[in-house]
Design a protein around this ligand. Structure first.
Ligand code: ZN
Ligand code: ZN
Length: 667
C-alpha cells in the first residue's frame, strides 16, 4: 500500500484547493492509497491520528502533546514573521510526522515545507521518500518555491515552467501538468458551454469583499438585451437583497446568488466569468474553459494569474471596473470573434484532468521511494509506555459494547461555521466518530427584523436548501465509505425574538427534506416528526460561558414543549444545563461546532446499533444514553468479557478519545 502525505497551509485558497483535489484524484485512481492532507499551521492535527494509528498506536497518544505546543505558538503567527523559534518548531513537527508516518511520497502545495525538508534530510541525500512540489502560483513565482530542491516540480502551465527553468531548476524535474482543479472538471460528458448565434450571453459576475460599487457597471451590461447575468455576492446578504431589489424588473435575465459551493457548475454554464484574479478561481475557470474578464487584482500574489490570462489570450484584464461593459461588448461583436478566440486558446491550454495526471506522477514517484527501515529511529520508550490500557468501559455495572460517539449539532460554512461539509467529514471521521449531524442555521424571516437582518449573512438561505441537502447526501455516502461514519442531515431553526425569553433554537436531526423557515415552533416540530426526524431543544438554558444570546423560550414554556420534543441539550459545548437533568428530561450533548477547537466539548455516547433509526430510537427512549467530555489521545479498549480488554488487533477495536464518563446514564 502506498502512503502519501500532502502538506498544505491555509494561507490563500489555492494551496488548500490543490491539496484536496490531489487527494480526491489519488483516491479515485488508486483507492488503496493511504493519503492524508496535513496543515501544520492549523490546529486540525487529529488527522494525523488516522495515518499513524496503523503505523504505531503509541503515537495516538504521543502526537497531540507534540502538536499542542506547536500550535499554541504557530496558531496566530504567519510563517513570515514566526521567526526562528517558529521554524524550529515546524522542523521538529515535520520531522516527527515523517518519521512516524513513513510516507513513500510527500507532496507540498505550500513553499514553506521544502526548505525544512532540505534541512532535515541533509539536502535529500538521506531522504527515504520522494518529494513533489506543486507550485500554485503562475508566472510570478516566489523564489521560496524553488530555493530548496524537489524531486519533481509540478506547474500549471508552460510560461511558469519557463520561469522555473530560468531560475535554475533542471528541465527534467519540471512537469507542466496543469493546476490540480477538482477531478469533477474531467468527468465524462463535461463540455465547454456552447454559444448559440444570437442566443443569450450568460455572464457570471463574482463580487468580492470591498467591491460593492458595481451597480452602474451591471446596469450598462444589461443594456444589451442578449446578456443574462448571474451575480454572486458571497456572504454579503445586504448587498444581495439590494441587488435583487435593483434588478427586480429584469425578471429572468438577472439571478442574484449569495454564497455558493457550486462555482465549478456555474463556470461550466456561463460564457464569461467576471471577477478577481484569485489563484483557485482563475485555474478553475481555465479548466471549465470559461473566458475571464478580470476586474480586480491583489498585487503580488495575484499579478501572475492576471498575466497568465492576458499572455495566453484566455480573456482580458480591465484596468478599471467601468471598462468591463466595453470589453464584453467587444468580445461578442462581429459574431463574437474575440470570444471564440479566447475559447480556442482555453481549449488549447486547459488541463481539466490535471489532478488525475499529477496523481499518476505521485504514484509513480512512490515506486522509487527509499527505505524507511534504515532511517527511522526507534521511538522514545517513554512515549510507548504512555499507552497504558485505560479502564474498561463499564455502564450500569456490566461489560458494555463500545458506545457510539455522536455529535448532533454542527455548523458548516453554509451558515457561520468555518469548515465546508467535506472538511467536516474529514475532521470528524478520523477522530473515530460514529454519527454526526450537520445542522446549519435557518432563520425565521418573520423574526429577522431591523438590526438582526445582518445576521442573515450567516444563515442558510431558503434558496440554498436544496443544494445543502444534495451536498450532505453526497458526503453521507463518502463518509460511510471512508470512515464508517454516519452523517445525518439537519437544520438548526433559529426562532429569535428580541429578548432571550422569546428566542428559541430548535434542532431537526436526520431530516429527509427541507422545511419552510417561516413556521411556528409546534408546526416545525410536527413537520420534523412527519419525516421521521428528531426535534431537539438546543442550548435551552442559561449559558455560563456567554458566547451567544440566551434562548429560553422552550424552557420557559416546557409544559407545552416537553411533550412535543424528543430531547433537550443537557450540554452545549462547555456548558452543562443542570436543570435539564433535575427535571429528568430526555437529553443529548453536543459541541455546537463552529470551528476546530470546538471539538473539545461535550458529546453524546449511545449504546445502540450504528444505524440512523436505531440512533433516533435510542435518543427518544433515552435509555443507554450518556455524555462525555471529548479529549483527544486516549484509547478506550473494547471489552469482551468483564475486565478483559480486547487487544487492539481484535476486530472492532479502535482508538477512542480519552473519556471522562459522566454518570448520567438514564433508564
Ligand atoms: Zn443555536
Ligand atoms: Zn448552533
Amino acid at each position: 500500500m502506498k502512503k502519501v502525505i500532502i502538506l498544505t497551509a491555509g494561507f490563500g485558497e489555492g494551496h488548500n484547493a490543490a491539496a484536496r483535489n490531489l487527494r480526491d484524484a489519488l483516491e479515485l485512481i488508486e483507492p488503496a492509497t493511504q493519503v492524508e492532507v496535513l496543515d501544520l499551521f492549523e490546529s486540525t492535527y487529529g488527522r494525523l491520528n488516522t495515518f499513524v494509528k496503523h503505523a504505531h498506536l503509541g503515537v495516538v497518544r504521543y502526537a497531540p502533546t507534540l502538536w499542542r505546543g506547536i500550535f499554541s505558538l504557530l496558531d496566530h503567527v504567519s510563517v513570515a514573521d514566526s521567526g526562528l523559534t517558529g521554524l524550529t518548531r515546524l522542523r521538529t513537527a515535520l520531522g516527527d510526522v515523517l518519521r512516524v508516518a513513513q510516507p513513500d511520497c510527500v507532496v507540498s502545495t505550500y513553499p514553506a515545507y521544502a526548505p525544512v525538508i532540505k534541512e532535515l534530510f541533509r539536502d535529500h541525500s538521506e531522504k527515504p521518500f520522494r518529494f513533489v512540489t506543486i507550485v500554485t502560483d503562475s508566472i510570478s513565482v516566489n523564489a521560496a518555491w524553488h530555493r530548496a530542491p524537489s524531486d519533481a516540480f509540478v506547474v500549471a502551465n508552460r510560461p511558469t515552467a519557463t520561469v522555473l527553468h530560468h531560475a535554475g531548476v533542471p528541465a527534467e524535474r519540471i512537469h507542466a501538468l496543469g493546476f490540480p482543479v477538482s477531478p469533477q472538471f474531467a468527468a465524462p460528458g463535461i463540455v465547454p458551454f456552447p454559444l448559440a448565434e444570437d442566443g443569450p450571453i450568460k455572464l457570471l459576475y463574482v463580487i468580492n469583499h470591498g467591491k460593492k460599487k458595481c451597480g452602474k457597471v451591471l446596469d450598462r451590461l444589461l443594456e444589451n438585451e442578449r446578456i443574462h447575468l448571474t451575480i454572486t455576492t458571497g456572504r454579503d446578504a445586504e448587498l444581495k437583497a439590494e441587488l435583487q431589489e435593483r434588478f427586480r424588473h429584469h425578471g429572468g435575465r438577472v439571478q442574484v446568488l449569495g454564497w455558493t459551493n457550486q462555482m465549478p457548475a456555474l463556470m461550466l454554464s456561463h460564457h464569461v466569468l467576471i471577477g478577481k484574479a484569485g489563484g483557485a478561481v482563475v485555474q478553475e475557470a481555465i479548466a471549465a474553459r470559461c473566458p475571464m474578464v478580470i476586474n480586480q487584482i491583489i498585487p503580488g500574489q495575484e499579478t501572475g494569474n492576471a498575466q497568465l490570462i492576458q499572455q495566453l489570450g484566455l480573456g482580458m484584464v480591465a484596468e478599471r471596473n467601468r471598462e468591463v461593459p466595453g470589453i464584453i461588448e467587444a468580445a461578442f461583436a462581429k459574431q463574437a470573434r474575440l470570444w471564440h478566440e479566447w475559447r480556442a486558446n482555453l481549449i488549447k491550454h486547459s488541463h481539466p484532468d490535471a489532478a488525475l495526471r499529477i496523481a499518476e506522477l505521485v504514484l509513480k514517484q512512490c515506486n522509487d521511494a527509499g527505505d524507511w527501515s534504515k532511517f527511522a529511529p526507534v521511538p522514545k520508550p517513554h512515549l510507548l509506555t504512555a499507552v497504558a490500557p485505560t479502564a474498561p468501559a463499564v455502564v450500569d455495572g456490566i461489560a458494555a459494547r463500545r458506545a457510539l460517539l455522536c455529535d448532533f449539532h454542527i455548523h458548516s460554512n453554509y451558515s457561520d461555521g468555518s469548515l465546508t461539509v467535506p472538511e467536516l467529514v474529514d475532521f470528524y471521521g478520523p477522530r473515530g466518530f460514529d454519527c454526526i449531524c450537520i445542522t446549519d442555521h435557518l432563520a425565521d424571516p418573520r423574526r429577522v427584523i431591523g438590526k438582526l437582518s445582518k445576521l442573515s449573512n450567516l444563515v442558510l438561505a431558503e434558496s440554498q436548501l436544496e443544494e445543502y441537502f444534495e451536498v450532505l447526501d453526497r458526503e453521507r455516502r463518502r463518509a460511510w465509505r471512508k470512515y464508517g461514519m454516519l452523517v445525518l442531515s439537519g437544520i438548526e431553526f433559529n426562532k429569535d425574538g428580541l429578548t432571550k425569553k422569546s428566542s428559541a433554537h430548535l434542532l431537526g436531526i436526520d431530516m429527509q427534506m427541507p422545511i419552510a423557515s417561516a413556521l411556528d415552533l409546534p408546526e416545525t416540530i410536527a413537520q420534523l416528526h412527519a419525516q421521521g426526524a428528531l426535534a431537539v431543544a438546543s442550548h435551552p438554558h442559561v449559558f455560563k460561558s456567554e458566547w451567544g444570546k440566551n434562548t429560553l423560550y422552550l424552557w420557559e414554556n416546557q409544559e407545552e414543549f416537553a411533550p412535543l420534543l424528543d430531547a433537550w441539550e443537557i450540554a452545549n459545548r462547555n456548558d452543562i444545563f443542570a436543570p435539564v437533568g433535575l427535571k429528568r428530561l430526555p437529553f443529548i450533548a453536543n459541541s455546537d461546532f463552529h470551528k476546530p477547537k470546538h471539538i473539545y466539548s461535550w458529546k453524546t455516547l449511545l449504546q445502540c446499533d450504528k444505524d440512523p433509526d436505531a440512533i433516533k430510537a435510542c435518543i427518544r427512549r433515552n435509555e443507554h444514553v450518556s455524555i462525555t467530555l471529548y479529549r483527544e489521545g486516549g484509547l478506550l479498549p473494547v471489552v469482551t468479557r468483564m475486565g478483559q480488554p480486547a487487544g487492539p488487533a481484535e476486530k472492532g477495536a479502535r482508538p477512542m478519545p480519552a473519556v471522562a464518563m459522566l454518570q448520567a446514564v438514564n433508564g
